[in-house]
Each structure stands twice: as C-alpha cells, then as structure tokens.
Design a protein around this ligand. Structure first.
Ligand code: 5MM
Length: 345
C-alpha cells in the first residue's frame, strides 16, 4: 500500500462507524494536576498504572478506534512488560501521539497563546512512526475575551497547525488538527459561533496553502457552546444546530471526520450534544461526527480508580460505560435513560 493509501485508510478507520478516539495524552502537568485533586501520588509509575488500567479494559475496541498517547506513555509497558503500543495494536486500536509541546504566551498578544513544538518535528515523527504510531495530534488554544481572539493569534496558530499537518503527511501520520476555542468566559453562543467560524476558516485556508490533503486528516473541533459564565446557557438542540452549521460553513466535505473534544463539559452533556447532532443531521452530513474526549471519557474512571489496584475492575467498568454511551451518541442512538441502565449493570 502506498503512503497515501495508508493515510486515507487510517483516517477512515479512526472514524469507523460508532467509534471514537480516547485522548489519553495528558502531559506531566495536566496528569499530575488531575491526580493531585484525587490524592493519587504523582509519579511515573502511577501514570503508567493508570494508563494500563484504561488500555486493558475489556471490549474497549468495540467503541474506541484509536488512542492519543503522550511521549512518556508511548514508551511505557504493562506490568508484565508488554509495550502499550502492542497492547493497543493487538486489540485493533490505532496508537496515536501528541506532537505539540504545549501552548505558551504569544509575544505581542497579551492573554493569548501559541502552541509550540515545530523544532525537530520531522525527526520526532519518524521516531514515533517506527514505534507504531499512525496518527498524531496538535492542539491550538483560542481564547475568547475583550477584543480577542486577535488576527495575530488566529493566524499564528493556524500556521503552526498547517506546518505540523504537512509534516505528518510527509512522515506517514494522519494529523488530527485541533483548534480548541475555550469555553471559559461569558460569551453567548452567538459569539462563540462567530469565533469558531473565523478560527476554522483561518485554519482551513492555511491547511490548503500548506497542501495538506483533506482526506488524509481529521478535525478535532470544540463545540459551539455558551461560555461557562454566560447567564443564558444554550439548549442541547441549539448547541447541536449551531455546531453543525459552523462545520458545514467551514469544513471541506473531503475531510473524513470531525471528532469533538469535550473541553470541560460534564460527561453527560458531552454525550448528549454529540448524540443530538447525529440525530438531527442523520444522513445529511459529508463527514462523520464522533468523539475524541479526554475528561468526558476518563473522569469517572479516574475517580473510581484512585490509584488502588483493588479498584481497577470497577474503574475499567466506568471507562467502558462512557465509551459505550459515546459510541451510541456517535450513531445517534443515545438516550439519558441509558445512563441509568448502564450504571445499574
Ligand atoms: C482539550 O483537551 C483535549 C481533549 O480533552 P477534553 O475532552 O478533556 O477537553 C486533550 O486531548 C488535551 O489536549 C490533552 O488532555 C492534553 O492536554 P495538555 O494540556 O496536557 O497538553
């Protein structure tokens, strides 16, 4: 198979019917912050044990097509010494890798961020490909506030996303392009829509300029949603309508799929929003709509696990339940009733 055919096949497999992607690529700071909140020791061994708990959950491959790993994680193994990449591949799950080096303050643009990590990227891609990764992720962070996002922030981040994506294609990794518009703030859903549209137009213009073949990439967008501090919170139906309107306005039809981030939404709301989009627009969209959640897939499992071996089975059950419910949402077959049934099983 040529590299082009392999990239197309991988991108398709990542958004296979009823499947989504697990974002387990928390960097040291994020992973440690989440552990600290729950009183879990912040050590390399605990991060390894936690990821082993997730990756060895029975039946995960029915709902999850791929897992985004962090540099530390892609080099780790199970307690018995089986590399995590092998565990995933054996289960038919595609290993992916976070390639960005995090968002840092953008010089000249107070309160805004630019994602770093382009230096040496070609060599890092080759190394991860040889380790078994077949897709990658790069997250840009767009903040809404007074007079922001600036054009500078949107263009600088779109440029970095496009340069990253072009290097991934060259190196045989399907790029997940993740421009996250943060939910923080008091913006209305209409303001969120405007920022999402400008962000996605800028990103796709740059992807085109950098000759990224749209059918070999996946978009990981945020949902168009009211700001966390906005007095009026939009309904599930409005979020679904405006998010899909925005994607239809901005995302080329040759992109195989859009996999949402959860961005701090509650587990149930992230599932309900995805489901509503797939119910309302069933059979009418050019791309698949699925999930690439971090917190909305892992929260319940981490709270159950708490770093204790005795809790592994219960934590795996909590993780599988969220994976299953989000898989149902990706098919437009989820209902809130299923939450009760699943938690009683
Ligand atoms: C936005 O965060 C991504 C999706 O996770 P949520 O569904 O929880 O919003 C996620 O992949 C994120 O990029 C990783 O957790 C890594 O974050 P850091 O900040 O550690 O790079």
């Amino acid at each position: 198979m040529s590299i082009t055919e392999e990239l197309k096949a991988t991108a398709k497999a990542m958004v296979a019917e009823g499947k989504g992607i697990l974002a387990a690529d928390e960097s040291f700071g994020t992973a440690n912050k989440r552990f600290q909140k729950l009183g879990i020791p912040q050590t390399e061994e605990m991060r390894r044990a936690y990821r082993e708990m997730l990756f060895t959950s029975t039946g995960m491959n029915k709902f999850i097509s791929g897992v985004i790993l962090f540099d530390e994680t892609i080099r780790q193994s199970t307690k018995e010494g089986v590399p995590f990449t092998k565990v995933l591949l054996k289960a038919g799950i595609i290993p992916g890798i976070k390639l960005d080096a995090g968002a840092k303050p953008l010089a000249g643009a107070p309160q805004e961020l630019i994602t770093e990590g382009l230096d040496g990227l070609r060599e890092r891609i080759a190394e991860y490909y040889n380790m078994g990764a077949r897709f990658a992720k790069w997250r840009a962070v767009i903040t809404i506030g007074e007079k922001i996002p600036s054009k500078l922030c949107l263009q600088a981040n779109a440029d970095a996303l496009a340069r990253y994506a072009a290097l991934c294609i060259e190196g045989g990794l399907v790029p997940i392009v993740e421009p996250e518009v943060l939910m923080d703030g008091n913006q209305t859903i209409a303001q969120s829509l405007e920022v999402h549209q400008e962000t996605l137009h800028t990103v796709f213009e740059r992807l085109y300029l950098y000759r990224v073949p749209f059918e070999q990439m996946i978009l990981k967008p945020s949902m168009v949603i009211s700001g966390t501090d906005c007095a009026e919170q939009a309904s599930v139906e409005d979020v679904a309508q405006l998010t899909v309107k925005c994607l239809l306005d901005c995302v080329p039809s040759s992109v195989p799929g859009c996999v949402f981030l959860s961005g701090g939404q509650s587990d149930q709301l992230a599932t309900a929003h995805l489901n509503a989009m797939n119910v309302i627009f069933k059979g009418k969209l050019p791309w698949t709509l699925s999930f690439s959640y971090g917190r909305a897939l892992q929260q319940a499992a981490m709270q159950t696990w708490l770093g204790k071996d005795a809790n592994v089975t219960a934590a795996q059950k909590a993780f599988s339940m969220r994976a299953q419910l989000n898989s149902a949402a990706a098919l437009g077959q989820y209902s809130s009733e299923m939450e009760k049934i699943a938690s009683n099983n």
